[in-house]
Design a binder for this molecule. Structure first.
Ligand SMILES: C[S@@+](CC[C@H](N)C(=O)[O-])C[C@H]1O[C@@H](n2cnc3c(N)ncnc32)[C@H](O)[C@@H]1O
Length: 143
């Protein structure tokens, strides 16, 4: 994905109520941030947020969290959230390598890692360095 600097992106991200500014402080308490849900799904590398926004609209009973490293990309996901009006979606602007600092062991029910796309002729696959850490925060680890 090409990254363009977007003026004001950092400031917008820092002020948005949909971006959790202190994710490490929420460790073990993420369910309290959502209304009426016991289920939390996490997307690592949310990008422009199309995938997670669609899921959030389709499944209002699930709480969704998207992590994205770059403000200039995440700002697009915020735009999409504004359009969809989903109230069950929050974002973290940060490095997914730190996922164990953000979430308690077993706190997350499902993790999505969509890197690459079929349309681009790439396999949608998990970033290798994140396979290990992401397992630790799953309620029911797989494999
Ligand atoms: C190929 S895009 C996928 C976007 C989206 N998940 C999808 O399926 O369309 C991968 C995204 O992961 C982000 N990313 C890569 N490494 C990351 C990391 N360590 N922590 C958080 N985000 C990361 C990139 O900035 C990029 O926006």
């Amino acid at each position: 994905m090409r990254l363009r600097n977007i003026p004001g992106a950092r400031e917008t991200i820092a002020e948005s109520p949909w971006i959790v500014q202190d994710p490490a402080q929420c460790k073990g308490h993420w369910r309290e941030k959502f209304k009426d849900t016991d289920t939390l799904h996490l997307e690592i590398g949310t990008g422009k947020g199309k995938f997670i926004n669609q899921l959030a609209v389709r499944h209002p009973e699930i709480g969704y969290i998207g992590i994205e490293k770059y403000s200039s990309v995440l700002i697009r996901a915020l735009d999409k959230l504004g359009e969809s009006g989903a109230e069950n979606l929050l974002f973290i602007r940060g490095d997914a390598e730190l996922v164990c600092e953000f979430f308690e062991e077993g706190e997350i029910d499902r993790i999505y890692l969509n890197f690459g796309s079929v349309a681009q002729g790439q396999a949608r696959q998990e970033a290798p360095s994140q396979q290990g850490v992401s397992q630790e925060v799953l309620r029911h680890p797989v494999g």
